[in-house]
Design a protein around this ligand. Sequence first.
Ligand SMILES: [Cu+2]
Length: 153
Amino acid sequence: MKQTLIAAIALAGLAAPLSALGAGKVEVLQPWSRPAVAGTTGIGYMVLANHSASTDALEKVESPLASRVEMHASAMSGGIMTMQREDRVTVPAGGRTVFGPGAYHLMLIGLTRTLKTGDQAPATLSFASGARVKVMFQVTDGRPPAPPAGAKP
Ligand SMILES: [Cu+2]
């Protein structure tokens, strides 16, 4: 009986630090988008920063403003920029994955309304860890936002 109790206390003590390193440690930095007309495809850019000790992956994106959202990777092929749909985009442990022009990007297909400069486009990101993160893409005038003060390039 006494041994069981000690084991239970030991497990309880372990549970907290383990879960602190678990799900929900990907931070979304500077989500932004470009103006786009209703019915066309909008874009989503951001930086995913993984603060955990384990690799995570973005697996699904949904937005109430698009009929569906796809993850794409851009690549140069024979001097032509091509893009390819991805089922998941990895975010390395302690690392960052950049969604930006010429790189990974989100495509908001079938916009239900026009996105104008100053608008916000909501979306929910679902990760392999089980984390779900709500983001607001800030619609710029088309240019990337300035990096936050003190940020490393
Ligand atoms: Cu694309």
